[in-house]
Design a binder for this molecule. Structure first.
Ligand SMILES: Nc1nc2c(ncn2[C@@H]2O[C@H](COP(=O)(O)OP(=O)(O)OP(=O)(O)O)[C@@H](O)[C@H]2O)c(=O)[nH]1
Ligand SMILES: [Mg+2]
Length: 352
């Protein structure tokens, strides 16, 4: 259960004072006393903090990647288990068709075909597997240890509906399980429901939540969350941001501002993760490009890979944007996020 700590004593005080004042006023009116003007309403605090209660940690369930990527795996059916070492026009045409259907992209498909022309001594499936693996060579470590005296911040950006809030919930689950003290910053102040949604994830994961009212300045919410993390010695702030604004220019300006605020004082932005929805295919690429310059992105989270047959988009995104894919989302539950492992990914598509 989550207890709202800071505001409620004040709210209770306001209610009690209001009730007493109301009774006195009614008595005065009855006795014919002049009625004093109503006092100005007492403002509620801008920022609300919800503190999670400690909970026992349960073992993390294993996710079966091949099963979650079942639809994408289906596209590779015709390329699985081919042990023939012959590489002729027929085999090349088959490989090309499968890779393009899976959305690997024209550039990577060309590179794979080029490699295959060198021959396939271990069989065609093994050769495709090796060539795809060779396309995923980014350095994808995650920075989580801030400098001494500073607080690690991970910022999540991306257009609306891609899965930012859900991804934060999943990462909070993972990091709390690792023994870290995590604070979620509800930097999506565009609509009140966004903070409520993040609040549910805070409760589920055992993280604290810092939120403000709808329309509040996102930078100040993130700033307050970092301040709270610094004073409590918390390990990590996960900052949610809005996926929409009046215009995309406003959104990108706002993200740049949030990033500057988050990287000041004790805050140290160690990861800016661009969340991208795999089911939007090649559109995801053009969306992603818009964010890259504005937000100094350090990694991609590719969500909803369970919901597409075009899982090859992982390869296209990483190669064409030049940004490593660091996590993949494979479902809506708290454990359905996997640090991206190219070996496991390629195996899940091509292993028998
Ligand atoms: N199947 C599947 N669904 C996902 C995944 N990640 C997120 N979702 C779903 O996608 C929908 C949108 O997710 P949100 O986390 O609300 O997306 P958001 O980017 O925060 O959206 P805005 O706050 O509107 O900008 C929700 O229904 C999630 O459950 C995933 O990896 N797989
Ligand atoms: Mg959201």
């Amino acid at each position: 259960m989550i207890a709202a700590v800071d505001p409620w004593p004040l709210v209770a005080a306001v209610v009690v004072v209001g009730a007493v004042a109301g009774r006195t006023l009614r008595r005065r009116r009855r006795r014919g006393h002049p009625v004093a003007p109503a006092p100005a309403p007492v403002a509620l605090p801008e920022v609300l903090v919800e503190t999670a209660e400690p909970r026992p940690t349960l073992p993390e369930p294993e996710v079966d990647l091949a099963e979650r990527l079942g639809r994408s795996r289906g596209v590779f059916d015709r390329l699985r288990g081919l042990t023939s070492t012959a590489v002729g026009p027929e085999q090349l045409a088959l490989v090309e068709e499968v890779l393009l259907r899976s959305d690997v992209g024209v550039a990577t498909t060309g590179a794979v075909l080029h490699e295959l022309q060198e021959g396939a001594p271990a069989g065609l499936t093994a050769a495709v597997r090796a060539a795809l693996r060779a396309a995923l060579v980014s350095e994808r470590s995650l920075r989580i240890d801030a400098d001494p005296g500073r607080v690690a911040v991970w910022l999540f950006v991306g257009v609306n509906g891609v899965g930012k809030t859900t991804t934060i919930g999943k990462i909070a689950t993972r990091e709390v399980h690792e023994g870290r003290q995590v604070i979620l910053a509800a930097g999506d102040t565009f609509r009140a429901a966004a903070a409520d949604q993040l609040g549910q994830w805070a409760e589920r994961s055992g993280a604290d939540l810092v939120r403000a009212h709808e329309g509040a300045d996102p930078g100040s919410v993130v700033h307050d969350a970092i301040g709270r993390a610094a004073s409590r010695g918390a390990d990590l702030v996960l900052a949610d941001t809005a996926g929409r604004r009046a215009s995309s220019t406003n959104l990108l300006d706002e993200l740049a501002k949030v990033r500057r605020v988050a990287d000041r004082g004790p805050g140290q932005v160690l990861e800016t993760l661009l969340v991208v929805d795999a089911t939007t295919g090649q559109n995801a690429l053009s969306q992603a490009r818009e964010f890259l310059a504005a937000a100094a992105v350090t990694g991609i989270v590719l969500t909803k890979l369970d919901g597409t047959a075009r899982g090859g988009i992982v390869v296209a995104i990483e190669r064409e944007l030049g940004i490593p894919v660091k996590f993949v989302g494979v479902g809506e539950g708290p454990h359905d996020l996997i640090p991206f492992d190219p070996d496991a990914f390629v195996a899940s598509l091509l292993e028998a």
